[in-house]
Each structure stands twice: as structure tokens, then as C-alpha cells.
Design a binder for this molecule. Structure first.
Ligand SMILES: Nc1ncnc2c1ncn2[C@@H]1O[C@H](COP(=O)(O)OP(=O)(O)OP(=O)(O)O)[C@@H](O)[C@H]1O
Ligand SMILES: [Mg+2]
Length: 344
């Protein structure tokens, strides 16, 4: 079952992602800095001048967003599809060629009807649209956002770097064991990607192998910021029970206040699967699957990989602790723990 099915199971709709401006490189960098500064951890230490600057920046971004929302783009005048579309849960994705320069890009067109119910929850909170969020998250393991806006049909779209490779999910589903050094490399890259998301001041909320592509050059890249929200308590209130069940943190499924450690849990399940091709709890597609994540103990990762380096095993098992306080506090913390791991 896809995300929409899971949401329906809980009587939750799917999330709309509206569109907005891309802005200049400087304003994007400043906006990323501002979003990062708005995280609860750094809030107290900011000066009044910083606060005012952040508020002014947010106001100008909101204005630009509104203008972009009104200036609708005929995307098929700008781009021609090269392959037939891939249907995501809430969007259609096209490999496309930019007519003007010939560049090959990825074009994601969101389904307004499917996206509307969840996006509606953030009304008045100033949640940036998916494209604007993507443009603020930068890093070697992050898909590059090129542009975004609203089509003449009223659908939000995002233009991205086209990732030439295979979905991590497809790779793991083949059940062909990876070498120990490949496992370690992929775990580090997956964590590095999430570190970039958190550093930019966002919570991804759908970390799972379906949202990483392993590119032909060996780069593991995180994409799909459709459920991503600013790292602020108001966006992570109880009730926003969204994500992918096998990877979902207990505080999300139990409708408790959450924070970025919900992503650390999902990263832990993803890392566990990279290392073992199995999941810590029996696989499932419904909400009931996620209810196991604090009601029954996970299978120890050493069951599936007895020779796993102990520091790696401990770090991954810590990520999937039911109590967020027992998980690594941040991606940096997790990466520090796995930095010292070596494969014989
Ligand atoms: N930048 C990209 N380069 C190459 N392929 C991509 C890219 N972005 C998305 N895709 C492809 O399009 C599919 C759907 O994209 P995405 O996950 O962003 O949409 P979604 O509507 O949120 O779908 P889902 O619910 O399946 O995650 C992906 O599984 C992947 O196959
Ligand atoms: Mg996806």
C-alpha cells in the first residue's frame, strides 16, 4: 500500500504542496540559514536583530511566493517529456528536456486534489511549498532543485536534477546481498543526506529506501520533499500521522508531539535494511505494522549479519529505540558513531 492508502486507513487525506518562487542564490542561502535558525534548539540564542531579519526575510519570501502563485507557467511550452510518466502517490514524474537549452531534467507535477487535505492543515503557518523547501536543502546526497511554480492547470510543479540510477528500494528488493563495505558506504551516505535536511532546518518525514536513488556514479541521493516541514513544533504536532509504515517512528503512529528524531528512527530502519535486506519488525503495509515499533522488540541486527562491526550494530539499533531520548540526538551523532567503523 502506498502513502495514500495508509493515510486513508487512518482517515487522513493526502497533502497538497503549493508552489512558490525560487529567488536568487543569495536569498536561497539566506532563507536556508533563516530556516535553520528557526529550529527550537537555536531559537533562544538568537539576538533580537537576527529575529527581525528572519521575520523580514520570511515576509519577503511569502510575498514572492504569492507572486509566483499567480504567475502560472505553461510547463509543456518549456519542457518536453522524454519518457512516459512515473506515477507517485501524489504526483506524476517525467524525465523531460528543457526546450530552450536542451538540458535533461526531472519534472514532478503534483496532483492538487490528492495534496490538498494535508497541506490544508498548515494553512496560515507559512509552510513553504515543496520546491522552495527542496531549494533550501543543499548537500552532496541531496537532489538539486532547479525551479518550481504552478502550472497553468493550477498544479504545483518542481524541476529537479534528473537522477540517473536505481531506487534504493528496488536494489534492496532484489535480495542480493551487498558487500560489507557497500553497506557501510550506503549507510553513511543515507545519514549524510538526512544531516543536510536537518542542517537546513527541516524534518523530512518520509525517510525510506523509496526516496533514495543510487546513481550510476555511486552517489546515494535523497529526493521527495513532499512531506517535509520546517523543524518547528507547530508542524510536528500530534495527529500528523504520515510517512511509510515500516519506517515510521512510534511517536508519529501514537500521535505524540514529534521532532527531528522521528527521521533518525526511519534512518535506523533504512540502515538496518541496507545491512541485512530485512526489517527489524515483520514487514507490513498497514498502520498496524507501525504499531509494533514500540510494542514488540526488534530483531537484533546481528541475527541477520553476525559479523557486523559492533559500533555499527549499536548505532543502528540505537536509532530504532522506541523512546526518542534513547536515539542518537542528531545525524552528526550517528555519523560520529559510524565514522570509526572499519570493514576488515
Ligand atoms: N529527481 C529524480 N530523478 C529521477 N527519478 C525521480 C526523481 N524524482 C522522482 N523520481 C521518480 O519518480 C517517482 C515518484 O517521485 P516522488 O517520490 O518524488 O513522488 P511522490 O508522489 O511523493 O511518490 P511516492 O509516494 O511514491 O514517494 C520516484 O519513485 C522515482 O522513481
Ligand atoms: Mg517518494
Amino acid at each position: 500500500m502506498g502513502l495514500a492508502g495508509f493515510l486513508a486507513l487512518f482517515g487522513i487525506g493526502t497533502e497538497k504542496k503549493s508552489a512558490g518562487p525560487r529567488g536568487t542564490a543569495a536569498s536561497r542561502a539566506a532563507a536556508a540559514k533563516s530556516a535553520a535558525g528557526q529550529s527550537p534548539a537555536s531559537h533562544d540564542s538568537r539576538s533580537a536583530a537576527d529575529e527581525k531579519q528572519a521575520r523580514d526575510l520570511e515576509k519577503s519570501r511569502a510575498k514572492l511566493r504569492a507572486v509566483r502563485g499567480r504567475n502560472k507557467i505553461d510547463i509543456w511550452k518549456r519542457y518536453e517529456p522524454i519518457r512516459s510518466s512515473i506515477s507517485g502517490t501524489m504526483s506524476s514524474f517525467y524525465m523531460a528536456r528543457e526546450k530552450a537549452g536542451g538540458a535533461i531534467v526531472g519534472l514532478k507535477v503534483l496532483d492538487p486534489k490528492k495534496c490538498a487535505p494535508i497541506e490544508g492543515r498548515y494553512k496560515g503557518l507559512g509552510k513553504p511549498p515543496e520546491g522552495e523547501i527542496g531549494a533550501q536543502i543543499l548537500g552532496p546526497n541531496i537532489v538539486k532543485t532547479i525551479d518550481w511554480g504552478i502550472t497553468t492547470e493550477g498544479a504545483a510543479f518542481v524541476v529537479e536534477e534528473f537522477l540517473d540510477g536505481a531506487l534504493l528500494h528496488a536494489l534492496l528488493s532484489k535480495k542480493e546481498p551487498l558487500t560489507p563495505s557497500q553497506r557501510l558506504d550506503l549507510v553513511r551516505q543515507a545519514a549524510g543526506a538526512l544531516e543536510s535536511v536537518h542542517r537546513a532546518g527541516f524534518v523530512h518525514r518520509d525517510i525510506c529506501p523509496r526516496n533514495y536513488i543510487l546513481c550510476s556514479d555511486g552517489r546515494l541521493v535523497l529526493f521527495d520533499f513532499g512531506l517535509t516541514v520546517p523543524d518547528k513544533p507547530v508542524f510536528l504536532q500530534p495527529g500528523n500521522r504520515i510517512g511509510t509504515p515500516n519506517y515510521m517512528a512510534p511517536e508519529v503512529v501514537r500521535r505524540r508531539q514529534a521532532d527531528k528524531r522521528l527521521d533518525i528512527f526511519s534512518l535506523g530502519v533504512t540502515a538496518y535494511e541496507i545491512c541485512t535486506l530485512s526489517l527489524p519488525w515483520p514487514r507490513g503495509t498497514t498502520g498496524r505494522t507501525a504499531l509494533q515499533h514500540d510494542s514488540s522488540p526488534p530483531d537484533d541486527i546481528r541475527t541477520f549479519w553476525p559479523q557486523i562491526p559492533p559500533a555499527l550494530a549499536t548505532a543502528i539499533m540505537a536509532c530504532i529505540e522506541a523512546d526518542p531520548a534513547r536515539r542518537p540526538a542528531s545525524c552528526e551523532d550517528f555519523l560520529t558513531r559510524v565514522a570509526k567503523v572499519t570493514i576488515e
